[in-house]
Ligand binder design. Structure first.
Ligand code: HEC
Length: 112
């Protein structure tokens, strides 16, 4: 790869705050620690629905071809996720601030 994708060019410290505000009700970034949603440890580059002890929806389990790249996360989280993946258990209306989303995904990329 020649240049990092724009989604990884954000501010990780600001992204940690976005995570706290938007995601931490349901997710942690600690390995093996699931809440309402699965642990997001190592999420960037992870295959969808691949945490063995998390009870995913059939809708997400069906997405065996999805890999959570920065671009994929950007696409998924910028809209109501029920639109991105009808039938998912994740109740999230999307983050419409592209800068906050870049920061968030940069932060997530530091957790591995
Ligand atoms: C109200 C709870 C809730 C909030 C808020 C939430 N999520 Fe989720 N998330 C879930 C649930 C539940 C799942 C499992 C979805 C399924 O099985 O369909 C999930 C799944 C995911 C997945 C797929 C994980 C995998 O292993 O394939 C990603 C990525 C994700 N969430 C990221 C985020 C991020 C980033 C935020 C904050 C911007 C966020 N979520 C906010 C509940 C939530």
């Amino acid at each position: 790869m020649l240049a990092p994708p724009p989604a990884l060019a954000g501010d990780a410290a600001a992204g940690a705050d976005v995570f706290k505000k938007e995601c931490s009700e349901c997710h942690t970034t600690k390995e093996g620690r699931n809440k309402k949603g699965p642990s997001l440890f190592g999420i960037v580059g992870r295959k969808a629905a691949s945490i063995p002890d998390f009870n995913y929806s059939d809708a997400l389990r069906a997405r065996t071809d999805w890999v959570w790249t920065a671009d994929k996360l950007h696409w998924y989280l910028s809209q109501p996720v029920k639109q991105a993946n009808p039938g998912t258990k994740m109740k999230y209306d999307g983050l419409d601030d592209p800068k906050a989303l870049d920061d968030l995904i940069t932060y997530l990329g530091t957790n591995h």
